[in-house]
Design a protein around this ligand. Structure first.
Ligand code: ZN
Length: 498
């Protein structure tokens, strides 16, 4: 028995290595190292295994453990299958081989490379060269993988791994997305809420209250994040969904990339360099609706109090300086809400503008009156288009579209029932999703019924809606409203010049 050495057998396997076949596998490395230990009769040895770690840096758990064992005097010899198992970064490898190991009296052996730091062999002279080659190999592989990935992305192939909520990978094509029948309704719901003018905060509150499953819940993933596994929605996730063009059928990839092959850090890619291929898969959301939501989100951005939404939030601007007019929180003493010019507020000492501190509620009433007057004076045809669009989403006047939608939902229900019989989903999940779909079908039926006695003329209908004017309609009709220091109101409509 040889007790002179306490041996650390270090094993590393990266995802790239796996593609090179069995020779680099954990089992293979293990048996090679074990044979070495047996042949040399070393009594004390332990394994350190980093499975799934790249050799381009030394930030690996088992490796770190081995280093701390060296420092505690528990190890004085390190053996790997070859030098590249130690690492693929030649500067780092050099540090360990030429400085760290000698300084700590550690003997290092790379079996198949014939490297042994205690022997004065000429093999050791080629260590720096080997290290450089290993480093080059890592760089080359990483470049090849990246190029292959980008080519695929440019071809409109999905290469992103786990698809976003609402989609799944097609059974016959791993690079194609198809609508996930169990999930798409959540995405629709979120967009529907956003189209109604809700903020991400309000949507989040709603989804959590209604216990709408998050992707980790519906996919049964117990993630690392506690919040995610508890199935709680947050505004960030909702914003990500609402701004993801993938839901319109366009494939958007290459939004993030690794800094370089040595560093794990992922950095965002500039929007101009994203790889976008239109219409690669079925849309969950109409392109038109998506753009509308984008506009709404921009208008919601500056709203201070996310909970209370004012009809004219995000639409008011200062006539004099063209900056936004903020709607302040209600004053404590009389609960009245006032406006303020943002520019004035920021630089009030410099007298760049005036306060524009008008009572919001009074102003809102005046503005609504102006809008109604304007519409009543207009040739109805001019606004018909804009209004019909609005009525379309409210009433879904397009019967055919609705009926197709209804049939789809019924099909999903049938399919889900089969999945339940096959035990692919549990009863709780089935209950929850099917109830939701049934509700949607009921909504559709109601619309269809409404449609039958819907010969009401468009003018009556418009007046009906104008009577209970809401934020959605306001945003469709109005681009911006400017208020002057003398309280003059200038309304810029979406459907005509002024
Ligand atoms: Zn101003």
């Amino acid at each position: 028995m040889n007790n002179l050495y306490k041996v650390g057998l270090y094993i590393r396997l990266s995802k790239e290595d796996e593609k090179c076949g069995e020779s680099e596998s954990i089992t293979n490395q293990k048996s090679l190292l074990l044979r070495f230990v047996m042949e040399n009769c070393y009594a004390q040895y332990s394994f350190f295994v980093d499975d799934g770690y790249s050799g381009t840096n030394f930030d690996r758990p088992a490796f770190k453990q081995m280093i701390s064992d060296i420092e505690a005097g528990r190890i004085n010899m390190v053996v790997t299958k070859d030098l590249s198992r130690l690492g693929r970064d030649y500067i780092g490898c050099g540090e360990y081989l030429e400085k760290y190991f000698p300084e700590h009296n550690v003997r290092y052996i790379a079996l198949t490379d014939n490297i042994d730091t205690t022997l004065d062999s000429c093999n050791n002279d080629i260590v720096p060269f080997k290290a450089i080659m290993n480093d080059y190999y890592a760089k080359d592989i990483s470049k090849k993988i990246k190029t292959a990935l980008i080519t695929k992305q440019k071809d409109g192939k999905w290469v992103g791994g786990c698809p976003p909520l609402g989609y799944m990978i097609a059974k016959d094509n791993k690079n194609k997305l198809v609508i996930n029948p169990n999930e798409y309704w959540i995405i629709r719901k979120i967009f529907k809420l956003a189209l109604k003018g809700n903020t991400t905060y309000q949507i989040k509150e709603y989804l959590n209250k209604e216990k709408i499953p998050t992707s980790s819940i519906i996919r049964g993933i117990r993630g690392n994040s506690k919040m995610a596994s508890l199935g709680i929605w947050n505004t960030k996730t909702i914003l990500n969904i609402l701004t993801n063009r993938i839901y319109t059928g366009d494939l958007v990839q290459h939004k993030r990339q690794k800094l370089n092959y040595k560093v794990k850090k992922i950095v965002p890619v500039l929007k101009d360099n994203w790889i976008i291929v239109p219409d690669t898969h079925d849309a969950i959301i109409d392109k038109e609706d998506f753009i509308k939501v984008e506009e709404l989100l921009n208008k919601n951005k500056r709203i201070k109090n996310k909970n209370v939404k004012r009809l004219l939030d995000g639409l008011l601007y200062c006539y004099e300086c063209k900056h936004r007019l903020s709607i302040c929180s209600p004053r404590k003493k009389d609960n009245k809400t006032y406006l303020v010019c943002n520019y004035y507020r920021m630089y009030s000492k410099n007298k760049v503008c005036t306060s524009h501190a008008f009572n919001y509620d009074i102003l809102e009433r005046e503005i609504i009156k102006l809008i109604k007057d304007k519409i009543n004076k207009l040739d109805i045809n001019k606004i018909k288009l804009e209004i019909t669009k609005y009525l379309d989403t409210k009433d879904n006047t397009n019967i055919k579209k609705i009926e197709i939608e209804k049939n789809k939902k019924i099909n999903y229900l049938d399919k889900m029932y089969l999945d339940k019989l096959d035990n692919k989903i549990d009863s709780d999940m089935y209950e929850r999703i099917s109830n939701n779909i049934k509700l949607e079908i009921k909504e559709i039926d109601e619309i269809l019924e409404l449609k039958i006695d819907n010969n009401q003329n468009i003018e009556d209908k418009i007046n009906m809606y104008l009577d209970k004017i809401d934020r959605e309609l306001i945003i469709r009709l109005i681009d911006r409203i400017e208020i002057s220091k003398d309280k003059d109101i200038f309304i810029y409509y979406n459907f005509c010049n002024h």
